[in-house]
Write a protein that binds this ligand. Structure first.
Ligand SMILES: [Zn+2]
Length: 479
């Protein structure tokens, strides 16, 4: 078997990816390391965007290294996601399960190669500066390739481990491609799927929320951006954020033909774009930089996901994609989940953030925990209204997020809880302006209902709830 050509650039790992379509879908990866002094080959244990262990080694079929004599030998594990590569070996090959089509997975078929390097690429934890030269070996020249990485023919170039792990690759026989410019940044929309949303409306709405978000932050963190849509024929609803791209999966693809499905896509897209600032740059210090080798709990998931959930929806309203009634409907959906979750009264959203690594993405045992998305968004709403109240509408939570972008995100300084709350207080104009909200609803487990009713009332909205068959249902409407 032909071995991998050694990279000419000594600071890059040369990776070749090819599809195996017979039997269980898999990919075969070959990697040639620039040195052969012996090292540990580490597979990430989690992926940014999902703050729990991904256990990706469960998808690994075999791991082999090539001896100086040219023989392939099996490598020995030193940990669940780590293999020892003895001195003299610098070419590795492995096979990885590739039949998952969510927004953070790896999947192949006769017409598609979809790879999230963060679940199937190896790295040397001692050499995080090494880049990757990725060759899509069996992708025909005629296929479309969507990726945030620099491209050179069939090669994709990543500057270092952090960048490679943050750039999903979507190559397919056919991808619908549209592009637009916002604030002088080039945006691309790529869609894979049998059924696709209305192209003209889709483009117009992407432009609208993108224009609005950039205007409110004052600048955009990347030089280009890719919205990558995966609309498979399987049941899926999922989005994952990256530094200069996002993957959004919705299936079966016919959902994109319905109004609800269309708005799901746009809602997720606005959320994921907001992440370019909030979490990809304005990032909890525990995730700066990402350590893929172990769990990295943070109490700030409610900032990462809660603020983004609230703002993603608010920008749909801000940019005219939904009207006030539409925003109320989105908010009622969140509030219904909020008031029916007894877990928020047991474990604070900050503690629930820390614990996403245990049970953050499953229902969990009844009444134990809050959701960083739902409870986090409700807290963001309360903070937003408080800042507007104290500043007579001159400032808002978005003003604080812009300041956080300028002071922490842009210079890439990790954010702590006290940094976050002091910037919010500063924008609200008093050192303790939001301390009660933090105490009661971020670090504490107080019931938020009365505060929510008052906050909505201040905005000219009437919030009420009724109990039907053991479930609470909210109503929110202009007064
Ligand atoms: Zn998110």
């Amino acid at each position: 078997m032909k071995s991998v050509d050694y990279p000419s650039d000594s600071s890059a790992i040369a990776v070749r990816i090819e599809r195996i379509l017979e039997g269980t879908p898999r990919i075969r990866l070959h990697a040639a390391w620039p040195d052969h002094e012996g090292f540990d080959a580490q597979l990430p244990t989690w992926r940014p965007g999902r703050y729990e262990l991904g256990q990706f080694a469960q998808f690994m079929y075999r791991m082999e290294g090539q001896t100086p004599e040219g023989n392939w030998v099996e490598l020995t594990k030193t940990d669940l996601h780590r293999w020892r590569v003895p001195k003299g070996i610098r070419s590795l090959r492995w096979e990885f399960y590739a039949d998952l089509f969510n927004a953070g997975s790896t999947g192949v078929d006769s017409d598609i190669l979809y790879v999230n390097p963060v679940n199937c690429f190896l790295y040397d934890p001692q050499k995080m500066h090494l880049g990757y030269d990725i060759e899509l070996t069996d992708v025909p020249e005629t296929w479309d390739v969507a990726c945030g990485l620099e491209r050179n023919g069939r090669h994709l170039i990543a500057a270092d481990v952090q960048q490679a792990m943050d750039c999903p690759i979507l190559a397919a026989e056919s991808l619908t491609h549209q592009s637009f410019t916002s604030h002088e940044i080039e945006f691309h929309i790529w869609i894979y799927g049998r059924n696709q949303p209305d192209a003209e409306r889709f483009l117009k709405e992407h432009r609208a929320f993108t224009d609005a978000q950039i205007a409110h932050f004052g600048s955009f963190p990347a030089s280009e951006y890719h919205f990558m849509y995966l609309l498979p024929e399987r049941e899926v609803r999922h989005g994952v954020e990256h530094e200069n791209s996002t993957v959004i999966a919705l299936g079966p693809s016919e959902k994109s033909q319905t109004e609800d499905g269309h708005m799901e896509l746009i809602g997720i897209a606005s959320h994921e774009l907001y992440h370019v600032w909030n979490v990809k740059r304005i990032r909890p210090t525990e995730w700066m930089p990402y350590d893929f080798s172990k769990a990295c709990p943070s109490r700030m998931g409610y900032v990462a996901e809660g603020v983004t959930t609230y703002m993603g929806d608010l920008f749909l309203f801000e940019s005219g994609i939904v009207d006030l009634q539409g925003w109320c409907a989105l908010t009622v959906r969140l509030l219904n989940r909020h008031i029916n979750n007894a877990g928020r009264l047991n474990l604070s959203v900050a503690d629930s953030s820390f614990d996403t690594w245990l049970d953050g993405y499953v229902a969990g045992v009844p009444g134990r925990k809050g959701s960083i998305y739902v409870e986090g968004a409700v807290l963001a709403l309360l903070c937003d209204v408080r800042i507007m109240q104290l500043t007579g509408g001159e400032a808002s939570l978005q003003t604080a997020m812009r300041l956080l972008w300028e002071q922490f995100g842009e210079p890439r300084i990790g954010l702590t809880e006290s940094d976050y709350w002091s910037v919010l207080n500063e924008v609200a104009g008093a050192p303790e302006a939001l301390d009660d909200l933090r105490r009661e609803f971020a670090d504490g487990t107080e019931d938020s209902w009365d505060s929510l009713v008052a906050a909505m009332d201040w905005q000219g909205l009437q919030l009420s709830k009724e109990l039907r068959e053991g479930m609470w249902y909210c109503q929110l409407e202009p007064k």
